[in-house]
Design a protein around this ligand. Structure first.
Ligand code: GDP
Ligand code: IMO
Ligand code: MG
Length: 451
């Protein structure tokens, strides 16, 4: 593993935390490259069960330097709380480094996030309410505050308060908001941000040095491809770019440094918040998946919308990320299914679409076209090698490979770190993926499974 990007291939919550924690056992640096505490990455390992929001999921390996990159937006009170929680549970954060270029989420961003959602009414995005959109908007508008600003305490307070006053004026005049609490809230944020000063570092330089020494680096994405600001289901997206291309920007290294891109997908699909979701199941089966898969948000506790696997969207994710490997998670959640449906095309006004339609008005109206495959009707949550998977499960995985044309690198069959199957695909890597995409590997197999 030289430099590997772990990217969400769907609408988030694919199990990136689990995969990163697992791969983190072999890494020396793990970098979060975008998003903020809208993310909730669950890790279950020998130390317990954790919900990480900003701290990279590689923190559990004491040899790992965990980096919050410049592409992340940081709510200092949330990061403070997360560090304190980890420390109180015996996990050292001494190796946690935060880029000085990472932007800060401030109380007025959170207020604005709520105000904007309320104003949208029925047309709301369904954000996590963590101030993500307004913080990235300020970054782009060159009005943001950065972690590096905390090095000068007097200057920092002045900067926060003057920015807050300008924002408060807009909020009170334009949106008729009560802004009286903002000053005290900002004091709390200043204190939290200053308490993080020791973690601030030139993380891009650290990363550069690690790469020169051939250290294994993991770049951990948050959210997922379909929530990407450019490539997702706009405007029902987040305000950053989860796609792999942004990993180099958000970590501060060149694009040629990235060697592998592993997309994480559930064996079915979920989405939290509003927006199109062609394979959504609003009946009993959706309810069953939600229950068995425990599909409730890690960050907000909201029930996740559930549906069958959407290979049209997954093919798209393979393409826009340049994926070299696929991690299929939560395969065990389908244990009880008599049959499993997979969407391999959409129908739009009588026409069959095999690729994700670029126009948002079209995506909102497509109908999924399903193929139905037999389920395995047995418990696979303890399986650790391909040979021990039921044939139906192997057939399901091969169906996925054949239709998205990327090899499967990892299969997850439960939330715990050890509940996985590593797939020793002979061609993992650029060559292998390209070969597959050019059709040489069409109909590819999950290799020597012995059946
Ligand atoms: P992330 O945001 O991509 O890191 O994913 P989340 O942590 O938000 O959501 C994934 C959920 O599924 C968490 O509760 C994980 O503990 C759980 N999980 C991950 N992999 C598996 C798996 O293979 N099987 C089951 N049953 N649960 C899993
Ligand atoms: P992880 O990293 C799932 C969704 C929200 C909403 C939209 C915009 O755990 O996979 P935002 O607060 O970002 O402005 O909300 O994006 N969303 C996520 N959905 N997993 C996440 O993160 C998400 N982060 C944001 O539900 O639809
Ligand atoms: Mg999550």
């Amino acid at each position: 593993m030289p430099v590997l990007v772990v990217v969400g291939a769907q609408w988030g919550d694919e199990g990136k935390g689990k995969v990163t924690d697992l791969l983190g056992e072999q890494a020396e640096m793990v970098v979060r490259y975008q998003g903020g505490n809208n993310a909730g990455h669950t890790v279950e390992n020998e130390y317990g069960k954790f919900a990480l929001h900003l701290v990279p999921s590689g923190i559990f390996n004491p040899r790992v330097v965990a980096v919050i990159g410049n592409g992340v937006v940081i709510d200092p009170t949330a990061l403070r709380a997360e560090i304190d929680e980890l420390e109180s549970r015996g996990i050292s954060t001494a190796n946690l480094k935060v880029s000085g270029k990472a932007h800060l989420i401030m109380p007025y961003h959170i207020m604005l996030d709520h105000v904007q959602e309320a104003r949208l009414g029925k047309g709301k995005i369904g954000t996590t309410g963590r101030g993500i959109g307004p913080a990235y908007a300020d970054k782009a508008a060159r009005q943001g505050l950065r972690m590096e600003d905390v090095v000068d305490p007097a200057g920092f307070r002045e900067l926060v308060m003057s920015t807050m006053k300008a924002k408060a004026e807009v909020m009170s005049r334009t949106y008729d908001q009560d802004v009286s609490s903002l000053e005290a809230e900002c004091e709390r944020y200043i204190e939290a941000a200053e308490s993080l000063r020791a973690h601030v570092d030139d993380t891009a330089l650290m990363l550069w040095k690690a790469l020169r020494e051939d250290k294994a680096v993991l770049l951990e994405g948050a959210q997922g491809t379909m929530l990407d600001l450019d490539h997702g289901t706009y405007p029902y997206v987040t305000s950053s770019n989860p796609v792999a291309g942004y990993a180099s920007v958000g970590a501060g290294i060149g694009p040629m440094e990235l060697n592998e891109v592993w997309g994480v997908t559930k064996a079915y699909t979920t989405r939290v918040g509003e927006g199109p979701f062609p394979t959504e199941l609003t009946e009993e089966t959706g309810e069953k998946i939600r229950k068995v898969g425990n599909e409730f948000g890690t960050t907000t506790g909201r029930p996740r919308r559930c549906g069958w696997l959407d290979l049209v969207a997954l093919r798209y994710a393979v393409r826009v990320n340049g994926m070299t490997g696929l991690c299929v998670t939560k395969l065990d959640v389908l244990n009880d299914m008599e049959t499993i449906k997979v969407c391999n095309a959409y129908r739009y006004r009588g026409e069959l679409l095999e690729e994700l339609p670029p126009a948002r008005s079209v995506l909102a109206q497509v109908e999924p076209v399903y193929e139905e495959v037999p389920g395995w009707k047995s418990d696979i949550s303890g399986v650790t090698s391909i040979q021990d998977l039921p044939q139906e499960a192997i057939d399901y995985l091969n169906f996925i490979i054949a239709n998205v044309r990327v090899p499967i690198s990892l299969i997850s069959v439960g939330p715990k770190r050890e509940q996985h199957i590593k797939v020793p695909y002979p061609n993992v890597g650029r060559q292998g993926a390209r070969g597959q995409q050019e059709g040489q590997g069409h109909g590819g197999q999950t290799h020597d499974h012995g059946h």
